[in-house]
Design a protein around this ligand. Structure first.
Ligand code: ZN
Length: 189
């Protein structure tokens, strides 16, 4: 590994690796840049590639910085309000979607989970985050469908994704991308 200094971008970590198959450029949330390239690619060509992507790196860094600044904060009172809405709506939505697609499940628990929107246990009990109540309807449904599909495939295999994709009419990738644009809020103490 070597660190080079680029005129516009600053420090760039350069890694020439046996495992890499093509030139890859990545920007970490911290703004750090990493350029990795295979053995058969010369350093010169890798640097030319970096040069051709300078604008992309600058734009990506800006986007990442905006996302960091985008953290949503909510009060305890709002959390309780969401909990009420979630308890009233999510179990019914789960039941409706399970009936539509023919899934069976145990029970649904609603929790103030901050790391995941939902999960499914090996006994097919579903746990849904109260913060789902902040999402638009179609994304709430997407998360619930994802968890219901876990009652058939308890993993993220190709078969699992194929099932999800079938239920959402080929829009799994699109919905997933949209879901990623939402942040689970930070609770103000
Ligand atoms: Zn999953």
């Amino acid at each position: 590994m070597a660190i080079i200094r680029h005129d516009i971008l600053g420090e760039v970590e350069c890694v020439r690796s046996v495992r890499s198959r093509s030139i890859r450029l990545s920007v970490k949330p911290s703004g750090k840049i990493r350029l990795s390239y295979p053995l058969f690619v010369g350093r010169r060509r890798a640097l030319d590639f970096l040069e051709s992507r300078v604008e992309w790196v600058v734009a990506t860094r800006r986007k990442l910085a905006a996302r960091q600044a985008d953290i949503v904060r909510i009060s305890r009172a709002e959390v309780e309000r969401l909990r009420t809405i979630a308890r009233r709506t999510l179990p019914a939505k789960t039941q409706m979607l399970a009936a539509r697609f023919g899934f069976g499940y145990g029970r649904v628990t609603i929790r103030a989970a901050r790391t995941k929107w939902g999960c499914c246990t090996s006994e097919n009990n579903l746990s849904l985050s109260i913060f789902l109540a902040m999402l638009p309807d179609h994304l709430q449904e997407y998360v619930i469908i994802h968890e219901l599909c876990h009652t058939v495939h308890h993993n993220h295999s190709a078969a699992f994704h194929a099932l999800v994709d079938k239920c959402v009419e080929g829009k799994e990738k699109l919905l997933d991308r949209e879901l990623r644009s939402y942040r689970i809020p930070v609770i103000d103490e």
